[in-house]
Design a protein around this ligand. Structure first.
Ligand code: SAM
Length: 196
């Protein structure tokens, strides 16, 4: 891809060097850049920094007045990404469990790539608590849906259904490559009042 932002290129190189193959695809990165460009002077969050590929796409789209904060629990990945973004003043990376990012919420744009998605045993996060009114949520890492209701391993895909049917969200699935899809959703209700 000829027009890769320089930080994306460097993050991809670091991931490849470490043998990490779960970085976001360029197709997903372009979507993140596009969405980040719509956040003017607000806050963007990401769970699961990895080596910072998705974060670099977000930073490429975000204006200088927008803060971007990501969280990663793995020490090596956190260190590599922190070094990469050391000179980028509006980007910060926490070394913690994804739930730690709640301190920086609410977000105008929140990308779930390493926690909060509700995949596996963990419950999904509550978008009303994590997003600003009309905030956008991106849930990465799905295979394209081929039937309704969607299935995973022969059973109903409860994680995907949770987001697509969420009463507080207007959500849709985007197929980005023949083998990968992402869910993009917008909050349609105001956040819960504090203390409730
Ligand atoms: C799919 S990779 C992220 C890729 C990255 N967003 C990118 O675009 O290149 C998922 C990352 O989430 C991190 N992760 C997994 N569980 C986590 C948790 N509970 N808290 C924080 N990070 C977590 C993993 O260590 C891994 O680096």
């Amino acid at each position: 891809m000829p027009d890769l932002p320089e930080l994306v290129r460097r993050a991809m190189r670091a991931a490849r060097h470490a043998g990490f193959d779960r970085s976001c695809l360029p197709e997903q990165g372009r979507l993140l850049r596009l969405l980040a460009g719509g956040v003017h002077g607000g806050a963007i969050g990401e769970t699961g920094t990895g080596f910072g590929v998705g974060l670099a796409w977000l930073a490429a789209g975000a204006g200088p007045g927008t803060t971007v904060v990501s969280v990663e629990r793995d020490a090596e990945r956190h260190a590599a990404a922190s070094e990469l973004f050391a000179g980028v003043p509006n980007v910060s990376i926490r070394h913690a469990d994804w739930t730690d990012l709640a301190e920086a919420a609410p977000f105008d744009l929140l990308v779930l790539d390493g926690g909060g998605q509700g995949k596996g045993a963990e419950p999904p996060l509550d978008p009303r608590r994590w997003l600003r009114p009309w905030g956008t949520l991106v849930i990465d890492d799905f295979t394209p849906m081929t039937s309704w209701p969607p299935t995973y391993d022969g059973a109903p895909d409860t994680a995907r259904l949770h987001w697509l049917r969420h009463p507080d969200l207007l959500a849709t699935e985007l197929r980005l490559t023949p083998g990968s899809a992402t869910i993009v959703a917008r909050l349609t209700r105001a956040p819960a009042p504090p203390g409730t």
